[in-house]
Design a protein around this ligand. Structure first.
Ligand code: ARG
Ligand code: ZN
Length: 472
């Protein structure tokens, strides 16, 4: 049958077979979630975002937000379609300049079908035009867009992004950001990183912020309102930009007395964690009341309530500690939250000691003694607390006790080497609890499985107080 090879049609078929290896499948849809067991729908599969360019306009009177998000993405598979996480109204989507089809499903998924499939490794631009009134959009019964009398704020964890920009909403996919927002003259816009420029035209002022280092979606923030903005420089030349709502009332003094020490606190943290990982710092306090502060990258969000009783440098220490533990080194999955909260809380204990208040060991002992053995507190495993207990006190306090137990087990020398080494080991990337345990074992030369089992995973009160039996 050799002669059949001379038939042109068969030749073409044969060369086609050669060009397309048998293993190359048809392009397939990207997964609608990033595969996080806590939040299966958060994030998406099939692509990575390297940059978000958000060009928006916001009207504080009506809470209307509108504009364009341009995502620079790389396909990680042959991709027929992919999802974005987003909850506002999409007007149109273009992929590589061509109009794409899209449908919305659930409260925060947009399914995008490009005119042409993307090949694995292909770079693409995704342009999303959108609008909405974020405070009116509820997902799972809440909104993370906090309306204030003079504007609005997006800050929450893990959900915040989909009220203001379409994204691949999982900390595994970090990207750089340009955030440009036009607001009526006299209103201010706060976001992450450095303020590149600010220009007024026809009654609107456009604020251009840039955050260069890889940044998780939930650490991206936007605040609009009447702010007093202060600018300073650290001794190493980094810009310190703080912003205070003009409406903080009696909280203003304490808020300023706390945030104005951000530079000093950051330099103090550098002694433990190594060089500050970003090119700007600061903090902001909008006129909204929440029960939490948040380590939004380079520029944490604080609630006025954090300053209800006077200055609170401890919360500044906590949020700035996250810049290393959480922001530069991000979680691989939400179960790894201990690496963020345990170390941020432990930093507060070190600060207390530095300030001549209680020592870290005293605070560990106190936290240990404050919860009786039958207290539900001990049922929460900081090393895998479950989505409902992600921000349970146990993640913070038992989490910090675990850090003290580690210190007492490996000794100060190895402990402080781990504390400083970890943020550089994974700078700008992602890591999980197993990675941390392996790293601590490598640096200390000790087997630490039993210690971490007891402090991070066992659903009951560890027998030994943090100090007893653990001295190096
Ligand atoms: N990471 C924040 C902090 O360190 C906690 C955010 C809690 N978020 C929430 N919705 N309760 O303080
Ligand atoms: Zn925290």
């Amino acid at each position: 049958m050799r002669h059949r090879l001379l038939i042109p049609g068969a030749l073409a078929a044969a060369s086609l077979l050669l060009a397309v290896p048998a293993s190359a499948a048809e392009p397939t849809p990207g997964a609608p979630g990033a595969g996080d067991p806590y939040y299966p729908e958060y994030g998406n599969g099939g692509y990575d975002v390297s940059h978000y360019d958000l060009r928006l306009k916001y009207q504080p009177k009506t809470d209307e937000l509108a504009g364009t998000a341009t995502l620079l993405v790389t396909a990680t598979q042959d991709l027929s379609r992919f999802n974005l996480d987003f909850a506002l109204d999409v007007g149109s989507i273009r992929v590589n300049g061509e109009e794409a089809r899209f449908t919305t499903s659930g409260a925060h998924e947009v399914e995008v079908t490009p005119a042409k499939p993307l090949a694995a490794g292909e770079k693409a631009t995704v342009v999303v035009r959108y609008s909405g009134v974020p405070s009116k959009v509820e997902v799972n019964g809440f909104t993370s867009w906090m309306r204030t009398p003079d504007g609005g704020v997006a800050a929450n964890e893990p959900e915040a992004a989909w009220w203001w920009f379409p994204s691949n909403d999982h900390p595994k996919d970090k990207a750089s950001y340009d955030v440009s927002v036009a607001v009526p003259d006299g209103t201010q816009v706060i976001s992450n990183g450095t303020l590149q420029s600010q220009r007024s035209r026809a009654g609107w002022t456009r604020w251009n912020w840039r955050s260069r280092a890889p940044q998780a979606t939930y650490l991206s923030t936007l605040a609009i309102g009447k702010f007093d903005i202060t600018e300073d420089t650290t001794s190493s030349g980094l810009p310190v930009v703080n912003a205070y709502s003009k409406d903080l009332g009696e909280h203003e003094g304490a808020a300023r007395a706390s945030l104005e020490r951000t530079g000093e606190i950051t330099e103090w943290l550098e002694r433990y964690f190594g060089p500050y990982p970003f090119d700007a710092l600061g903090g902001y306090v909008p006129n909204t009341d929440t029960t939490y502060a948040l380590e939004t990258q380079t520029r944490p969000f604080y609630s006025p309530d954090d300053f209800a009783d006077g200055s609170n440098t401890s919360v500044v220490v906590h949020e700035m500690a996250h810049q290393w533990y959480g922001d530069s080194v991000s979680l691989k999955g939400w179960k790894d939250i201990w690496i963020n909260e345990g170390f941020a809380r432990y930093s507060q204990w070190l600060w207390s000691e530095d300030q001549g208040e209680e020592t870290a060991q005293e605070l560990a002992d106190y936290a240990y003694a404050s919860h009786k053995a039958d207290d539900d507190f001990w049922k929460v495993a900081p090393g895998d607390p479950g989505p409902d207990n992600q921000f349970h006190a146990a993640v913070y306090d038992r989490g910090a006790m675990a850090v003290q137990a580690l210190r007492n087990t490996v000794g100060d020398r190895a402990f402080f080497t781990i504390l400083k080494g970890w943020p550089s080991e994974h700078a700008g990337g992602n890591a999980d609890v197993d990675d941390f345990i392996a790293y601590a074992e490598k640096v200390s030369g000790k087997r630490l499985g039993t210690l971490f089992q007891e402090w991070l995973f066992q659903p009951s009160k560890p027998k030994a107080p943090a100090r007893a039996g653990f001295s190096a």
